[in-house]
Design a protein around this ligand. Structure first.
Ligand SMILES: Nc1ncnc2c1ncn2[C@@H]1O[C@H](COP(=O)(O)OP(=O)(O)OP(=O)(O)O)[C@@H](O)[C@H]1O
Ligand SMILES: [Mg+2]
Length: 423
C-alpha cells in the first residue's frame, strides 16, 4: 500500500520520533497568552473605562470629545483600555447615522520631535508608507490640518507612548486647539495621549497641560488580587484542565505585584512557566516552574536593559552594585558619588560632577535597574534621593561581567560578594 511505503521511508513515522511531535498537552489555546491577544473584559479597570467613556461621550452628542491623558506604569492596561473603548465607540458610530467618526491610532515611538510626530500622523492618515519631509514645521502642521479636514466630522487621535517627543511638544499644544485657532473648520478634533513615563507628565509645559488635559486618568499598579483575577481568566482558556497546580497563579501574581504590578509581566511569567513544564514533558505546572521562569525573565530583562546603557550609566550602576555588596544601600547621592569616583579612577574614565551622576542614577531608576526613594528636606526645601539595586544582584553582576571594559572591576566585586556569602 502507498501509505505503508511512505511510512517506512519517513524517518519520523513512529510516534515521538520527531522531536516536535509532543503528545503531551499543557496548553488548550496558547494564543491567549501572547502579547497581542485582546481580552474582551477588563473588570479590574471598570472605573477607568467609565472615565474614558465619559470623556469620549460628547462625540455622540455632536461636539468634540474631551482631550485625555492616560498615564501609569508599564503593563497596567492603558493601551488595551483605550483600544476597548475606541472600538465600542466605533461600533456605535457604525450603527448610528449621526456620528461620523474617524479614529487615528498610532504610537509616537521613535518620533522625537513635534515635526516627526506630525509627519508620522500624516502618514498614518494617508495610509501610505512614506512620510512627508523637506518642508518647514509650520507647513508640516498645515499639511496635517489639511489631511484632517478630509476626515469625518468627529476625529479622535490616539497617540500612545507620547513621551517619545520629550520637551519638543508644540504639536501637543497646537493640535487640540486647531479648530479654535481656525486651522480646521468642519472637524471636531480631540487628542488622547498615553504615557508610562511619569517624568514626562510632570515636565510637560503648562501651556501643553492646559491644552491637552481636559481629563487625566491614572492607571494605578495592579495589586496581587487583581493580577490573580486577570490570570485566572486567561488560564481558563489557555491551559487544559488540571495543568495548573493551585499555587501557580497566586505566585505569579505575587511576584508581579512585588515588582511593578504589571499584568504583562504576570502573564509572561505564567506563559514561561507553562513552556518550561511542557519542554520537560511535564503535565502539571508547579511553583518551581514559576520560580525558574522568574529567574529567566529577570535575566532577560536585565540583559535587554543593559544594551541601552551608556558608559556613564554603567559606572553609576556599578557604584550601586558595589554599595549593595557592602550592604550600604539604600545610599544617598553623595555616598554613591564617592564610590563612583573610585570606579571611574580605576577605569581611567571621564568623571562627571555629582549632579550629573545623580541624573544617571535617576535614569537607571526609570529603566527599572534601581529603586529610587525621594525624601523631602523639610523646611529647607528641596529633596534628596536614596538609591538601591532593584534587579537581582547575582544576575546583574554576571551580565555586567560580560562587558570587557569593566570586566576587571566586576570580577573583583564578584570575589568580594563570594567571600561575604561564605562568611
Ligand atoms: N484588566 C486586564 N484584564 C486582562 N488583561 C489585561 C488587563 N490589563 C492588562 N492586560 C493585559 O496585559 C498586557 C499589558 O497591557 P497594556 O499593553 O494595555 O499595558 P500598558 O499600560 O499599555 O503598558 P505600556 O505602558 O508598557 O504600554 C496586555 O497583554 C493586556 O491585554
Ligand atoms: Mg501601552
Amino acid at each position: 500500500m502507498v501509505g505503508e511505503d511512505t511510512d517506512s521511508e519517513n524517518p519520523y513515522s513512529t510516534l515521538n520520533s520527531n522531536p516536535y511531535g509532543k503528545s503531551l498537552e499543557v496548553f488548550a489555546d496558547e494564543s491567549v497568552l501572547k502579547e497581542d491577544w485582546q481580552p474582551e473584559q477588563l473588570p479590574e479597570r471598570e472605573s477607568e473605562l467609565e472615565e474614558i467613556r465619559n470623556a469620549l461621550a460628547p462625540a455622540t452628542r455632536g461636539v468634540n470629545a474631551h482631550n485625555l491623558f492616560l498615564y501609569g506604569k508599564t503593563g497596567q492596561g492603558k493601551t488595551v483600555a483605550i483600544d476597548h473603548e475606541v472600538e465600542l465607540l466605533q461600533e456605535y458610530a457604525d450603527s448610528e447615522n449621526d456620528l461620523d467618526l474617524s479614529v487615528i491610532k498610532t504610537s509616537a515611538n521613535n518620533q522625537t520631535t513635534s515635526y516627526q510626530l506630525c509627519a508620522h500622523l500624516i502618514k498614518e492618515i494617508r495610509g501610505k508608507t512614506k512620510k512627508p519631509s523637506g518642508i518647514d514645521q509650520q507647513s508640516m502642521f498645515d499639511l496635517l490640518y489639511h489631511e484632517i479636514s478630509n476626515l469625518e466630522k468627529t476625529v479622535i487621535i490616539v497617540i500612545d507612548e507620547i513621551d517619545a517627543i520629550g520637551s519638543n511638544d508644540e504639536l501637543l499644544y497646537e493640535l487640540p486647539r486647531a479648530r479654535k485657532n481656525g486651522h480646521i473648520e468642519e472637524q471636531w478634533v480631540s487628542v488622547i495621549g498615553i504615557s508610562n513615563n511619569l517624568q514626562f507628565r510632570d515636565n510637560l509645559s503648562p501651556k501643553v497641560k492646559d491644552s491637552l488635559y481636559d481629563s487625566e486618568i491614572e492607571f494605578a499598579p495592579y495589586n496581587a488580587d487583581q493580577l490573580t483575577t486577570i490570570l485566572e481568566r486567561r488560564a481558563e482558556r489557555a491551559f487544559v484542565e488540571g495543568a495548573l497546580d493551585d499555587d501557580v497563579i497566586p505566585l505569579c501574581s505575587a511576584f508581579a505585584a512585588q515588582d511593578e504590578g504589571s499584568a504583562r509581566q504576570a502573564i509572561r511569567l505564567l506563559y514561561k512557566a507553562g513552556e518550561l513544564a511542557l519542554n520537560r514533558d511535564e503535565e502539571i505546572i508547579f511553583e518551581q516552574h514559576v520560580r525558574e521562569a522568574r529567574d529567566i525573565l529577570e535575566r532577560k530583562r536585565i540583559e535587554e536593559g543593559m544594551r541601552s546603557l551608556t558608559t556613564q550609566d554603567q559606572f553609576a550602576l556599578l557604584s550601586i552594585v558595589a554599595l549593595e555588596i557592602d550592604e550600604e544601600t539604600p545610599a544617598r547621592t553623595r555616598q554613591v558619588f564617592q564610590k563612583y569616583k573610585s570606579i571611574v579612577d580605576r577605569l581611567n574614565g571621564n568623571q562627571l560632577v555629582e549632579r550629573r551622576v545623580r541624573d544617571h542614577l535617576q535614569s537607571l531608576g526609570m529603566q527599572g535597574f534601581l529603586l529610587v526613594e525621594t525624601r523631602n528636606k523639610g523646611i529647607q526645601g528641596g529633596s534628596h534621593y536614596r538609591f538601591e539595586l532593584k534587579t537581582d544582584l547575582e544576575a546583574t553582576l554576571d551580565i555586567l561581567g560580560e562587558d570587557s571594559r569593566i570586566n576587571d572591576i566586576v570580577e573583583d566585586l564578584i570575589d568580594i560578594s563570594d567571600v561575604k556569602n561564605m562568611l
